[in-house]
Design a protein around this ligand. Structure first.
Ligand SMILES: [Zn+2]
Length: 280
C-alpha cells in the first residue's frame, strides 16, 4: 500500500547550550495515517517530551511546550484524541521522544527490544536521557496489544518499514513510510538536522564541509562507533527518497503534498533564543 500520509506536529522547543549561546531545538512527533485492509490506521511516531517544568527540574534545560497539554493540543488540530491512536512507534526511548506514553494506555507501543534493554541499562553517558516514566510505562503494559517489541529490520504494516540503525542509541530505529510520491524516512536523531545528512551542501549547512561530500556528520550523543553510524546513515539514504530529521525547523509539515529532500536555504537551521541571556 502506498497511500500513507505523514503530518509533522511540533509539540514544543528545548533551549540547548550551543557554543556559548542558547539554540532553539524544536521537538516533533509525526502522525502517519492510512488504511490497511479497508480499515483506517493512525500511527504516532514518537510521543515527544515531558512538560518544560519537568525537563527543567531534571536536566536544567528550559524551553516551551511539551507534556500532555501540548501533545493533546496538536492532535486536536488534526481532529484526533489520544484514544484515536492505534500504534505509537518509538524511534528510541530518550526523554524528548518517548515521554507522555501514559496518554496512550490502549495503543500499541512499538519499539526495538534492544532499545528497551538500553533504557534499562544505558551506556553511562545516556543515563540522564532515559527516564523512569518511560520505562515504568512500558513495563506496565501487560497485554500483547499494548506493547510490541521488534528485533531488527521489520515490515510492520504494508508500506511501513522499520529499519534497525544502532548509532545514537543501541536500539535506534527509523520509520520508513511509503507515500504516493515516495518513501519518507522519519530518521529522528540518526541525524537530527539536515546538515548532518548533507554536510557539504550550502542549502543544508551554513558552513559546508567539502571533506564530507561523500559522508555524513554524526552526533556526539552516541552508543556506537562513528563508522557504524556512518554506515547506518548511508543505508537509510540508499533505501529511501527523503529524510525528515527530528529537530530541524525546516522539515515538511504535510507529506506527500510537501516534498523536498533538501531545504531551500539554511534559514531556520540554527535559531537563537531571543534574547541570548549571556550576551546581554
Ligand atoms: Zn535522542
Amino acid at each position: 500500500m502506498t497511500n500513507w500520509t505523514v503530518t509533522t506536529l511540533r509539540i514544543g522547543e528545548l533551549y540547548l547550550q550551543h557554543g556559548g549561546s542558547l539554540m532553539r531545538d524544536p521537538v516533533h512527533v509525526w502522525l502517519v495515517r492510512g488504511e490497511v485492509a479497508g480499515k483506517s490506521v493512525r500511527i504516532l511516531v514518537d510521543s515527544g517530551m515531558a512538560d518544560i517544568p519537568t525537563v527543567l527540574a531534571r536536566l536544567r534545560v528550559s524551553g516551551v511546550g511539551g507534556g500532555h497539554a501540548s501533545l493533546t493540543a496538536v492532535l486536536a488540530t488534526e481532529g484526533l484524541t489520544p484514544q484515536d491512536i492505534d500504534y505509537v512507534i518509538c524511534t528510541h526511548l530518550h526523554f524528548d521522544h518517548a515521554d507522555n506514553l501514559d496518554l496512550f494506555p490502549d495503543s500499541c507501543v512499538v519499539v526495538q527490544r534492544a532499545e528497551l534493554m538500553a533504557a534499562v541499562d544505558p551506556v553511562p553517558s545516556q543515563r540522564i536521557f532515559y527516564w523512569k516514566s518511560t520505562i515504568n510505562n512500558l513495563m506496565g503494559r501487560k497485554r500483547p496489544a499494548q506493547l510490541r517489541l521488534v528485533d531488527g529490520d521489520t515490515d510492520f504494516l504494508p508500506g511501513i518499514r522499520l529499519l534497525s540503525v544502532p548509532s545514537h542509541t543501541e536500539g535506534m530505529q527509523v520509520v520508513v513510510v511509503t507515500t504516493e510520491k515516495g518513501r519518507v524516512a522519519l530518521v529522528s536523531d540518526l541525524g537530527d538536522h539536515y546538515r548532518y545528512w548533507f554536510p557539504a551542501d550550502p542549502r543544508a549547512a551554513a558552513h559546508p564541509l567539502r571533506s564530507l561530500s561523500d559522508a555524513f556528520l554524526t552526533g556526539n550523543i552516541r552508543s556506537e562507533s562513528e563508522r557504524t553510524w556512518q554506515a547506518a546513515m548511508r543505508r537509510v539514504l540508499d533505501n529511501t527518497d527523503i529524510v525528515v530529521p527530528a529537530h530541524d525547523f525546516r522539515i515538511p509539515v504535510h507529506m506527500p503534498e510537501q516534498w523536498f529532500a533538501i531545504p531551500d536555504s539554511t534559514d531556520g537551521d540554527l535559531a537563537h533564543v531571543p534574547p541570548v541571556e549571556n550576551e546581554i
